[in-house]
Write a protein that binds this ligand. Sequence first.
Ligand code: GTR
Length: 423
Amino acid sequence: MMNRLKSFVQGGNWCFNECMKRALVCFIGPVFLSAGVYAQQTDRFMGEIVNYDESTVPAYTLPDILLTAEGKKIKAVSAWEKHRRPEVLALFEEHVYGKTPARFDSLKFVVTKENVVAMAGKAYLKEITITAWNSGNSVSFPVVLFIPNKRTKPAPVFLLINNRSSRNTDPTRIEKSDFWPAEMVIDSGYAIAAFHHSDVAPDRKDSYQNGVLKQLFPEELEKDNGMKAIGVWAWAASRVMDYFKTDKEIDSGKVVLVGHSRGGKTALWAAAQDQRFAMVLSSCSGSTGASLARRKYGETISLINKQFGYWFNNNYKKYSNDVNSLPLDQHMLIGLVAPRPVYTTNATEDRWADPYGSFSSLVQAKPVYDLYGKKVTLPANMPGVNKPIIHSAIGYHFREGKHDLNIYDWTNFIRFAKLHFNL
Ligand code: GTR
C-alpha cells in the first residue's frame, strides 16, 4: 500500500484524479454490486461517463488481423511476415505510438558498480550506465542487474520497465518490494534487471520531452506520427537489450520484458517492434495496452488522451471520439508478439483496465499464433479468478485484488517462463 501511495505521489498531477477514480471503483463498486445493480454502474471522470456496464458495450466489429489492406486473407507465416505484419506494425506507428527512429549514432555501456557477492552471495550485481549519442548530443540512463551465481550457463533475464518509485529496484536491497521481487527471481534461476522509465522520458505532460526526445530525436516532437513517451520507454528497453547482447553472463535469446500498467503497454509495444525480446509479460495494461478499444469499457481512448496524451502520437487524438475509424485494435498488438509467448494479467478491483476486453483481445490474437502452429489454449469464456492459464503460448490470469504487480503475478510469470523456455 505504501508503495502504491508513493507511486501516486511520484506520478504528479494524475495521481489525485486516479486515486479518486480508483477509490470510487473500489469503494462504491461493492456497494453497487451488493445492491444488485451492477448492470447500471457507471462513473463520471473528466467530464465523461465511464462505462462499467456490459450491457451498454456497443456492438463493434474488429479489424481482421489476417486481412491485408488490399483485402487478401493471410494463410501462411511467410505472407504474415512479408505483408501483413509490417502493415500492422505501421498502423500502430502511424495512429498510436509513433514511429521509432531507425537509427542513432552510437551507444556506450559502462559498468559503474559491481558486487559479485550481492544478496548474501546469491547474486552478481552490476549497475550499468547506458549512453546513447545522436547528432552530437547524448542521453544516459542507469540499469540495475542481478545475475544468479548458482548457474552453469548464461542466465535468462526478466527486464522490468519500472514506472513506479525507483526504490522498488533498490540495488542495495535495503528496500525490497513485491513489485520487483529480485531475491525470488534469483532463487528461481533467472537474472533480473530494471530501468526507470522517467530516466529517458519524464512521465509528465509538461516535461516528457526532456530526455531522449529533445536530446536525440527533436524532430519527433514536430511530427503527427512522431514517437512520444511510450515510444521512448520502448526504445530504451531495446537499448537494454543491446546491452544484454554484450554481456556473456546473460542469455540474450531469453530476455523477458515485463511491465505494469503504462509499463505494460510499453512492454507490448517494445516487444511488437523488437523481436529480440523472447517473451513479454504485461500486467494490468488496460487501455492502449492489451484491452480492446472498441468496447469503450472503463478507460477509453478519449479519456487516456485527455489524461495522458503525451504517451501517444498526435494522430491518436483523432480517435478520441471516433474509435470505429481506427484501422486497428489492440488484439493486433498482441498478434505482433507472435509467435513469442505473451502473458497478460488483470485484477478484480481494476475494472478501469477492462479485464474482459483484455482477455478478448488475447482470444482475437490467436489466429496469428495458429499460423505458426503455436498451442494457444485460451477458453472461450473469461477464466475464473486466480485460475492462471500457463500451458498456452498466450497466457493470462485474472487475479484477486488491486491494480498492481505483485507476488502472485511474478509467481505465475516465473512458471510461464520456465514452461516456455523448457527450463
Ligand atoms: C492509469 C491509467 C492507465 C494506466 C495506469 C498506470 O491511471 O489510466 O492507463 O496506465 O494509470 O500506469 O498506473
